[in-house]
Design a protein around this ligand. Structure first.
Ligand SMILES: Cc1cc2nc3c(=O)[nH]c(=O)nc-3n(C[C@H](O)[C@H](O)[C@H](O)COP(=O)(O)O)c2cc1C
Length: 133
């Protein structure tokens, strides 16, 4: 029988952080973590983010994912993202983004808010290139 993720992780508290770290670092999808303030500064980017966008994790630290946007980015999608996140919701959408070398591509991404402590929360993003709107 397949156990729930909660049960698997609780089985061994050490597995918890090690397993999740390995998943994030080895994910084929790009993963970004930002703080949850309006400035949404990037706290972490995995290797797949570099493969997707051309930006290294080190050079995007402290910046916002807005660096991926440009002239052809659909403003209505971004407005929906801002509205949804301000209301504490989770977002999923597609929009034109730009790689570091300026190449446009269609980004498909989700943003999920996660509360860590009483006063701390982060926003987690999972991103991939797609070919269809
Ligand atoms: C975790 C996270 C990931 C994001 N990823 C992307 C992305 O891949 N592409 C994109 O165009 N915008 C992305 N955004 C949206 C921008 O960072 C920004 O929030 C949006 O442009 C609205 O900014 P504003 O409210 O300051 O105008 C992401 C935002 C967050 C919080």
């Amino acid at each position: 029988m397949i156990k729930s993720l909660d049960k698997v992780l609780l089985q061994d508290p050490k597995l918890n952080i090690h397993a999740l770290k390995a998943l994030v670092e080895n994910s084929f999808d790009s993963i970004l973590i930002t703080d949850a303030t309006n400035r949404t500064r990037i706290l972490y980017a995995n290797k797949a983010f570099k493969k997707l966008t051309g930006y290294s994790p080190a050079e995007v630290l402290g910046k916002t994912p807005k660096i991926l946007q440009g002239a052809a980015t659909d403003k209505t999608v971004i407005a929906r993202l801002s509205k949804t996140l301000s209301a504490g919701g989770r977002f999923e959408g597609k929009a034109i983004n730009y790689k570091k070398d300026g190449t446009p591509f269609l980004m498909h991404w989700r943003v999920v808010p996660v509360k860590l402590g009483k006063d701390t929360s982060v926003l987690l993003a999972i991103q991939r290139e797609t070919s269809s709107i």
